[in-house]
Design a protein around this ligand. Structure first.
Ligand code: AHR
Length: 854
């Protein structure tokens, strides 16, 4: 039998060799793995002349730590281990007591990386991995800053022995050097040529895709040279309706870009609680401290920060003003000054306590450099215990440069905290509510859901910074502020109560996203590679917090957390139905273990809640694959995908969901946006590419349950992330063109998709990809909406065959069109009568929405 097998093997090898010879290709060749901040390959027949595989193409990158400052691959060392599996080990930086391990079956697709800890040495440098087949064991030997050597062993590359010192002679580094664009150091292998061909093919495919992704309208004159006028016939098939999600358009809210404090949260006083701390900005700004945005004026007047007997332990600091004479003034400059409206009421409130014998009078003033004092009132401070006082101020002028001033009428000393100036006119007049114009603009999208509090903010910068919902509810002075991982401060003034309230006010479903027991993969503290999950001993309490959130939202008022909701003014439940666990996490073992614990416990405690899992930060790759694997194993109902891409990507990937397995998890496209390559800018072109892609989401609305553009809002001058959907300053709201695309989808959604066929007079692929159409019906209103996107440089003469017994329809037609480079385009709506077989001209570079009245 053995002989027969040997003969067959020889024969099959002979066949392969013969076919290789026929193609005049080598059997085998040398592969060289080297580092250029990531693993690259070159191949050679003679070890002398080397050809890179791909043009500067990196097959494996380090995923450890922050984007920008980390994610470095240092001294990678590649071997073939058990079952010829490729294993790469590398060092992460100069201080971490960890190294990296990645595994792959083919050098193209890699499994999620792991970052094992070691407990000996000063750091981990030049790790070398080897595999001993007879012991079925891997050994990693590394050196450190002191030139000492240590080894760890592992059977499964998951569990490692503790590090023990070894002699220098035990360290065998088989790296070699070649000459190719200078000297390259790395590892050499002799492989079947087919393996090298597979690498070349993988590169070619990526290169092809990158070229597609780089497609822009600026090249359209060339791309569509000689393009003849185009006509299209769209035939709808109302007899084949398909049920789709009616939650497709939602919004993603994260306190990023001053979206909450200084933004949607209507508070006008910055650092009202004197809790700003240099750590908020990574100790990079010496002015960012407890007195930021505050100033004291007046001869010998002082402003000090104290923490003895604060109003609440969660709010430990307050200010003490000491004045030796009348006129000492404590002022706050708001968030880039304060914008006020003439004749509107603003509620000023403050906690004070007397620190001197004599009672004090304080004048509260709103002043403007241009308009002088525009509102004033007097407060008396007469007690040495904390006392809250409030007064309404009504400005006599419209200004954008106001300051709040507290002016002492005599000498004295007093403590002050929680200084607030709040417009009465918040969205729906909610107390402690939201800035009306911004909240209305968001509501204008008619979002079916609101995601909160992120994004990265949800899982935080290190374990200690994970968003804790319990810190965001209750009286403002008892909420626990925190460092915002985007480099500023979060007061928690816009907390879970305000969030649930806003969702209810705009008829959107709340979709809270909670960390999966691990911090952001971009964390800079507590283990840059996200290995630092919440300790297992604390996971029970962490999971209970999540279960308590459901009780806070939905529980009876007799339950402990339902009672707190009622005390906040909302005895009725908020009807929470969805919870996301995790946010584009790196899918490590640490993540997987914690996610499964949370998922199982939450599903058991609240089977009525639909849980949303996570599939990493990209539309492909190791986290995407592993995230999906976990979702499939655990039957997670919905999974959150994220991708920020170029318009070319959105144009060329409209089939992304067409072949998704309908029996698996549904998709929540939780973060997406198109931006121009190289500048994170948007224009009509990016917005139309989103509109085009959203047509494919409607077509796949049976598998894609929800989608939210990200990020939602950004304050001019405080933007950490571009592009955003809506920009604003203190007095203006500036929606982008992308906003109108979202609005047209949000206002024209449906729960039924009517398929259609599109017959075009041109058959170039590039043309076909730039025209798309969908029809949806909203069964609640009976309204039918047709959406058409034309991303071609010429108008398309279109005939719509509605296949309806009705011959004519009253309809509205809304068109967003212009020059692709335009940054400001507004939708234009007109009333039309649509008759059977009528031709419509769909303008070049346009998005048209036709709403048929029932
Ligand atoms: O939307 C901005 C950020 O992008 C989110 O916080 C994060 O989830 C993603 O990387």
């Amino acid at each position: 039998m053995k002989k027969l097998l040997l003969l067959l093997t020889v024969l099959s090898l002979t066949v392969i060799n013969a076919s290789a010879l026929e193609k005049n290709e080598p059997d085998s060749a040398y592969l060289f793995a080297y580092n250029a901040n990531g693993l690259r390959f070159a191949w050679s027949l003679d070890k002398q002349h080397w050809t890179p595989v791909g043009n500067n193409y990196t097959f494996l990158k380090s995923d450890y730590g922050r984007w920008g400052s980390e994610k470095k691959m240092i001294n990678p060392y590649l071997i073939q281990g058990k079952n010829k599996r490729w294993i790469c080990a590398w060092s992460l930086n100069n201080q971490t007591m960890q190294f990296a391990i990645a595994q792959s079956a083919n050098l193209v697709n890699w499994k999620p990386q792991s970052y094992p800890y070691v407990n000996s040495g000063k750091n981990v440098l030049r790790p070398v991995i080897s595999y001993n087949a007879s012991a079925d064991e891997y050994t990693v030997i590394y050196t450190d800053a002191e030139g000492k050597y240590f080894e760890v062993k592992s059977k499964d590359l998951s569990h490692y022995t503790s590090a023990k010192p070894v002699t220098a002679s035990a360290y065998r580094n088989a790296s070699t050097a070649i000459n190719m664009d200078g000297k390259q150091e790395g590892q050499m292998f002799y492989l079947p040529y087919n393996d090298i061909l597979a690498l070349k093919k993988a590169y070619e495919l990526q290169d092809y895709k990158s070229k597609q992704n780089a497609e822009q309208t600026k090249d359209d004159a060339f791309r569509f040279t000689g393009l003849k006028p185009i006509s299209a016939k769209i035939t709808f098939e109302p007899e084949k309706p398909k049920a789709i999600s009616n939650l497709l358009t939602g919004v993603f809210f994260e306190d990023l870009n001053y979206a909450a404090d200084g933004g949607l949260y209507a508070e006008l006083i910055q650092n009202r609680d004197f809790e700003y701390h240099p750590r908020d900005k990574g100790f990079n700004d010496k002015n960012w401290n407890n007195t930021y945005a505050w100033a004291i004026a007046g001869k010998d007047a002082t402003l000090q920060i104290d923490s003895v007997s604060p109003i609440h332990p969660n709010n430990p600091h307050y200010a003490v003003v000491n004045a030796t004479g009348a006129g000492a003034t404590l002022s706050n400059s708001g968030f880039d000054d304060i914008a006020l409206k003439k004749g509107e009421a603003y509620l000023f409130s403050v906690f004070t306590k007397l620190a001197s014998k004599e009672k004090l009078n304080i004048k509260v003033r709103l002043t403007s450099a241009t308009a002088g004092v525009i509102a004033a009132a007097t407060l008396k401070i007469g007690t040495t215990n904390w006392q809250k006082q409030a007064v309404t101020l009504v400005p006599t002028a419209v200004v954008t440069d106001a300051k709040l001033e507290l002016v002492l009428e005599t000498a004295g000393r007093f403590a002050v905290d929680m200084v607030s100036l709040f417009p009465q006119n918040t969205f729906k007049n909610r107390k402690n509510g939201l800035r009306a114009d911004l909240a209305e603009t968001i509501a204008g999208i008619k979002p079916r859901f609101v995601r909160f509090p992120g994004g990265c903010l949800a899982h935080g910068d290190g374990i200690a910074n994970i968003y804790k919902w319990k810190n965001s509810i209750g009286p403002l002075e008892s909420r626990k502020p925190d460092r915002n991982l985007w480099g500023y401060h979060q007061t928690m003034g816009l907390g879970y109560f305000e969030y649930f309230q806003y969702c209810e006010d705009i008829g959107a479903a709340p979709v809270p996203v909670i960390a999966a027991g691990v911090p952001c993969q971009n964390s800079s503290t507590g283990g840059g590679g996200q290995q630092g999950g919440i300790p297992m001993s604390e996971m029970g309490a962490y999971i209970q917090d999540i279960i308590d959130l459901v009780e806070y939202a939905n529980g009876d008022i007799k339950t402990p957390w339902g009672k707190k909701r009622a005390e906040a003014g909302h005895p009725k439940p908020f009807n929470l139905k969805y919870i996301g666990i995790g946010n584009e996490d790196q899918i490590t073992e640490v993540f997987a273990e914690r996610f499964a614990m949370i998922y199982k416990a939450l599903s058991k405690a609240h089977p009525e809640i639909t849980i949303i899992g996570t599939a990493g930060p990209f539309f492909e790759g190791s986290d995407y694959d592993a995230g999906w694997q976990i979702a499939s194993n655990l039957n997670v109902p919905i999974i959150d995908e994220h991708y920020y891409q170029s318009p070319g990507w959105f144009i060329n990937n409209q089939d992304f969901y067409d072949n998704y397995d309908r029996s698996k998890s549904k998709v929540y496209l939780g973060e997406y946006a198109a931006s121009l390559p190289g500048g994170n800018k948007t224009n009509l072109e990016t917005s139309l590419s989103e509109a085009l892609y959203l047509i494919s989401l409607e077509r796949n609305g049976d598998v894609v349950s929800m989608a939210s553009y990200a990020p939602l809002i950004a304050k001019e001058g405080h933007t950490q992330w571009n592009p955003d959907l809506i920009y604003f300053n203190n007095s203006e709201v500036k929606p982008t063109i992308g906003y109108y695309v979202q609005q047209l989808y949000g206002q024209n959604g449906g729960d039924t998709y009517i398929p259609s066929t599109l017959a075009l007079s041109a058959n170039q692929e590039a043309v076909k990809k730039r025209i798309a159409c969908s029809m949806v019906k909203d069964s609640a209103t009976g309204e039918i909406t047709v959406k058409l996107v034309n991303l071609l440089p010429i108008a398309v003469n279109t005939t719509l065959d509605l296949n309806s017994k009705q011959n004519s329809f009253n309809a509205t037609k809304t068109v967003l069109s212009g020059n692709p480079a335009d940054k400001k385009v507004l939708p234009v709506t007109s009333n039309i009568t649509l008759t059977a077989g009528q031709q419509l001209e769909i303008p070049a570079y346009s998005f048209t929405v036709i709403k048929l009245k029932p």
